[in-house]
Design a protein around this ligand. Structure first.
Ligand code: GTP
Length: 355
């Protein structure tokens, strides 16, 4: 794998995870105690790939500030910034000047996938493919890009978010590219690989093949997937060399949980976060400094940094923005989000909820 390079696309706005992504780009959100991207880079490095290029745009500076040259994770990192977001295809094309290998693995920066990367590269090389798409079978493919293949594994159709899908195979957000294909993507304008590059390659008769993943896969792009994926990492269900000891809960440095509180379901309690007496935290992520007051219930929810969940308040499937202060005995469920509205002259922030 030393002659394979990796590109990770991390330039998206992460709108579906707002308000958490107002303060940090999606790939930097904490999962199992570290930025999500840590798990991905660690897996790439563990597969023997040394050179990893991050295609950044939104909040570009935070990646290098955190990961530096990548040596702590066993990788050599380069950062290429898009002044204006170029989309997934434009992002890949934009990093081409720093690539030297003939085979390039391209990862969406918000997907975690248990596929054997070496086996995928072997599929790509055996087929002498222009592009190899990692595919995943899912029970409900309607929200994804569907990819049909023939018996030989060649891709026959690529359909983005089809209401009547003809296959349960979806695009898993991981591709092997032949170098020249990257060079053929237009420059200077936004390009989507999903909507433009892949359909274009098929129409031109290029060799596009599928490689089916039978291991773990999750796109962390929605609140429900973010909290479930984080719990999977904590419990060791999702593969990551960056998770030392799997368990039902992860308490980070300085976290405090009252003896009568219950933290379970792969929940993370962030640095300096507090769970008070009688509270329940199940399948959730409490960011650093968050506080869950006495008797509160937090289920399948993300509570932003330094946010407070008041006594007896119940949250189910909720996203709470950083520093929000929720009062006592509120009930928020079913996808509600607590948004920061305005910063008041005294520096405090007023919050509202959309449910
Ligand atoms: P949503 O706004 O919630 O859809 O999230 P997103 O902006 O991250 O978009 P999406 O999940 O479709 O993106 C898939 C991957 O591509 C993510 O890892 C993004 O960071 C990345 N990505 C999306 N658009 C761009 C872009 O314009 N440039 C770069 N470099 N990466 C991008």
């Amino acid at each position: 794998m030393a002659d394979v390079e990796a590109v990770i696309l991390v330039g998206g706005l992460g709108t579906r995870l707002r308000p958490l992504t107002l303060s940090a780009p999606k790939p930097m959100l904490p999962t199992a105690g570290v930025p999500f991207l840590t798990h991905l880079i660690a897996r790439i490095a563990a597969a023997g790939i040394e050179h990893v290029v991050l295609g950044t745009s939104y909040r570009a500076e935070v990646f290098e500030q955190h990961f530096g040259d990548g040596s702590a994770l066993g990788a050599r990192l380069d950062y290429i910034v898009e002044a204006e977001a170029l989309g997934t295809g434009g992002g890949i094309r934009n990093v081409a000047p720093v690539l030297g290998a003939d085979t390039i693995l391209v990862f969406n920066g918000d997907n975690l996938i248990g596929v054997d990367l070496l086996a995928m590269v072997e599929t790509h090389r055996r087929a002498q493919a222009d592009v190899t798409l990692c595919l995943q079978r899912v029970p409900d493919p309607r929200a994804f890009g569907c990819v049909s293949t023939d018996e030989a594994g060649r891709v026959t159709a690529f359909l983005e978010k089809d209401p009547n899908p003809v296959t349960d195979q979806i695009n898993a957000g991981l591709y092997a590219f032949r170098r020249e294909v990257i060079d053929s993507i237009p420059t200077g304008r936004p390009v989507s690989v999903e909507r433009e590059t892949f359909p274009g390659l098929l129409a031109a008769g290029a060799t596009v093949v599928g490689h089916l993943n039978t291991g773990y896969w999750r796109d962390f792009g929605t609140p429900a997937d973010f909290v479930t994926g984080s719990a999977d990492l904590v419990r060791g269900i999702a593969p990551s060399p960056a998770v030392a000891v799997p368990g039902e809960q992860l308490l980070l440095a300085g976290a405090r949980v009252a003896p009568s509180a219950d933290v379970r379901g792969g929940s993370t309690v962030g640095r300096g976060a507090v769970v008070e007496a009688g509270a329940l935290v199940d399948g959730s992520v409490l960011f650093d400094g968050a506080r869950v007051a006495e008797g509160a219930v937090v289920v399948r929810s993300a509570v932003g940094a330094d946010a407070v969940v008041g006594p007896g308040t119940v949250l189910e499937d909720v996203v709470v923005g950083d520093r929000a202060r929720l009062g006592a005995r509120l009930e928020l469920r079913g996808g509600a989000r607590v948004w920061p509205d305005v910063t008041l002259p005294d520096g405090s922030i007023r919050f509202s909820t959309d449910a």
